[in-house]
Design a protein around this ligand. Structure first.
Ligand code: DP6
Length: 316
């Protein structure tokens, strides 16, 4: 066992979404998903030896519920007692607001734990563990463009748009009312669109790879926007209705779609389990988009595609 390990992991935003577990215990998804790891809102995690009982803090504060989950997760790395160990994690973005903080969080924790407990798990073993923390966290283990396939494993995809940028428009940074975990269970059981969604996701993942290979940005943009909107239709047709997008989210979405039709700029939207809207565009359009959204009363936070993935930054 080491005495100190410090890791970082990126958030990732799915362009082809994961929404449903075929196997809840193993966290195997019903559909392939594809994401971009981003270099904003990363998580940094420290695991170190201390005198005294197990300690966990998130952004400097104790959280008993999360402490229990973290302790449970660390059992994947050690059968030993977790006393005299402290885990401190900081998110540079909002926590549990549908901005992938649990993805970067579990990827950073798994990476740190693998080094701290000297388990030396391979990427596939580490993936198996990480997705049990949170499904989408598996994709934050790698940089750039990542596919999480229905076999449960992750595959790097060579992203062919070096000029692509993602922007995040924060509609609300409040904690979401329902967890993705609970919400997707309800969707599987009650949405009349769920079967269609699964079939469509397979087609979408295939088309994504074709458009990416052929450098067809516009086609890829339309595809990812439709995929996100279908996921939200699945949520909104669930019973009880799951409503992540607010009137403001829809106002932004429709505005961006209009500007695209008018050829003012080319941007495509994607949204996750929260009201925030993410935009995929090319660098040349960034300024126009930013100015336009400012007029609508919204700021956009730009991000590059992450090139590092989940890594150890320091260890003793
Ligand atoms: C909408 O990975 O948060 O962001 O596996 O239950 O922890 P659990 O769910 P989570 O779900 C993410 C759903 C999504 C789409 C995506 O990231 O693919």
């Amino acid at each position: 066992m080491k005495s100190y390990v410090y890791s970082r992991a990126p958030i990732n935003i799915a362009l082809i979404k994961y929404w449903g577990k075929k196997d809840e215990k193993e966290v195997l998804p019903y559909q392939p998903s594809i994401s971009l790891s981003l270099d904003v809102f990363e998580t940094h995690t420290t695991i170190k030896r201390i005198e005294g009982p197990f300690e966990f803090t998130i952004n400097g504060l104790k959280d008993e519920d999360m402490a229990k989950q973290v302790k449970h997760f660390l059992k994947n790395f050690t059968h030993g007692n977790l006393d005299q160990i402290s885990v401190a994690t900081t998110n540079s973005g909002p926590t549990a607001a549908g901005l992938a903080s649990s993805a970067s969080g579990y990827a950073a924790l798994a990476t740190a734990a693998n080094a701290f407990f000297e388990t030396k798990f391979t990427l596939s073993k580490l993936s198996e563990i990480t997705r049990k923390g949170s499904g989408s966290a598996i994709r934050s283990l790698l940089p750039n463009c990542v596919k999480w396939d229905v076999d449960g494993l992750i595959y790097p995809i060579e992203w062919s748009f070096p000029k692509a940028k993602m922007g995040i428009i924060i509609v609300s940074d409040k904690k979401k009312k329902i967890s993705s975990r609970e919400a997707m269970k309800i969707s599987i059981l009650t949405s009349p669109l769920y079967d269609h969604w699964v079939k469509q996701s397979f087609k979408d993942a295939k088309h994504f790879e074709t458009f990416n290979d052929k450098h067809q940005f516009s086609e890829l943009g339309e595809l990812i926007e439709q995929n996100a909107l279908l996921m939200h239709q699945v949520c909104e047709t669930s019973s009880p209705k799951i409503q992540f997008l607010t009137d403001i989210s829809y106002q932004i979405i429709h505005h961006i779609q209009d500007k695209r039709k008018q050829k003012t700029y080319e941007a495509y939207v994607t949204m996750d389990a929260g009201p925030n809207v993410k935009v995929l565009c090319l660098k040349d359009d960034m300024q126009t988009i930013e100015k336009d959204l400012k007029q609508l009363g919204h700021d956009i936070i730009w991000s590059n595609i992450d090139q590092k993935g989940a890594v150890i930054l320091n260890e003793v």
